[in-house]
Design a protein. Sequence first.
Length: 236
Amino acid sequence: MTTLRYRGRDFRYRALFDVLRRHCRGRVLDVGGGSFVTTAIEERVQFSEWTIVEPHEADLPSLTDSRVRTMVGDGHALEIEGNQFDTVLSIQVLEHVFEPIRMIEELYRVTTPGGHLVVMVPQTANLHHIPHHYHNFTRYWLEAAAHRLGADVVEYHAFGGAWSTIASRVLLQYPGVFGVAGYRHPGVVRSWRFWALFPVGLLVSAIVFPLSMLMSLGDMQEEANNHVMVLRKPLQ
């Protein structure tokens, strides 16, 4: 389910790879990205070395590309010297971090002067990776974080909007209904009313989802599903 969700994200937000093709270069640090590098390679994102950091060994992908390295680490406190990576990525990770400002400060610390920090955060994500989903974000959080860091904002993009959110909410309620790991809180019991209305809900979803996707072609940026911001660390 997680792989399908990420594939859906990558297709829906294809412009993310345009951003990466413009700004990704040299040594890349991808914190919490898992196997995202495989899609980046498919999308012709350029790099000389790609280091993946995950909190547990089991979360690290097994890849044969000699340019890709993996390490176990904590995004809040990386065991890496400062100013090491030309490009640092945090793609839909900060919502799963209890202290996101602390992590973004750490990612900025290891970015080289003149390098780029690319951050993608959700504004309207359904709960996922339960119980490790702590936040959703607005663009204003990213702007305030950039100001706090002293970073230059190079690019900003709003992905999706209110109609996309409706479509997402309609579709992504069902993994929780069917008990998919990471989408349902343990111990939740659905009432008889829920199950009595469930067939009606399926019918409504089948109508609302395609209509919402159609209307999403004219979505409003203020109600974005996700925000992508590219920060540049000034030369010292």
